[in-house]
Write a protein that binds this ligand. Structure first.
Ligand code: FMN
Length: 195
């Protein structure tokens, strides 16, 4: 039955997916990137407006630059950690740039929603926040669509949210409009054999 064919295909892709953090350098062809984008476009979105775009970075110098930017921001944050939590933060924050070996990274960026603030005299039930949270959830949806699309093409991926620690610096490095935020960094590539 056709629904079982679709279900089984999705199950295969879902069960094959595991976060990968070390990649081979083999380039991703433009056709594969286009295919991933086709699926990304189908993602559901909150509030009747997409308010996001996907930035494609396949230049290894830029990818390494972004890693350096995040590493620097991690070091600045490290300085503010309590002594007894320094090691814990260091171990955790190593994962904030676990895209560094990938040949391709996809970066969902979004515009902060001002929310329905203009519509309320008072807002005891947090409707304004509910509305503005929608964009973060939309980013999670489109990120998952990207991940499943890339995985279905045989690539490996990871959802690197920690990269957002340097959102403003990344936006500035990539010359994107200042009012945008980084939603995640999704590396795409073939896993190194030893991971
Ligand atoms: C919201 C979210 C944020 C994540 N952030 C990071 C991250 O910054 N760096 C990283 O290497 N992995 C990150 N991950 C991947 C998780 O570590 C991973 O999905 C989890 O350990 C389960 O492993 P699996 O993906 O291999 O099943 C994130 C996953 C989610 C859903």
């Amino acid at each position: 039955m056709s629904e079982n064919i679709l279900y089984n295909a999705l199950k295969t892709v879902s069960q094959k997916r595991k976060s990968v953090r070390k990649f081979k350098s083999s380039k991703i062809p433009p056709e594969a990137i286009e295919k991933i984008m086709e699926i990304a476009k189908t993602s559901p979105y909150a509030g009747g407006k997409k308010d996001w775009e996907i930035i494609v970075v396949d230049n290894s110098d830029t990818i390494h630059k972004l890693k350096d930017i995040i590493k620097k921001k991690v070091e600045i944050s490290y300085a503010g950690t309590k002594p007894e939590f320094k090691q814990m933060f260091e171990d955790y924050a190593r994962y904030f740039y676990s895209f560094e070996t990938a040949p391709l990274i996809l970066i969902p960026v979004y515009k902060n929603r001002s929310g329905l603030a203009y519509a309320f005299l008072s807002d005891p039930h947090d409707v304004v926040k509910l509305d503005s949270d929608g964009i973060i959830k939309s980013i999670a949806c489109v990120s998952m669509m990207i991940i499943l699309a890339a995985e279905s093409l045989g690539y490996n991926t990871c959802f690197v949210h920690g990269a957002c620690i340097a959102s403003d610096e990344i936006i500035s490095e990539l010359n994107i409009k200042k009012n945008k935020k980084v939603g995640a960094i999704i590396p795409v590539g073939y896993a190194q054999e030893d991971v």
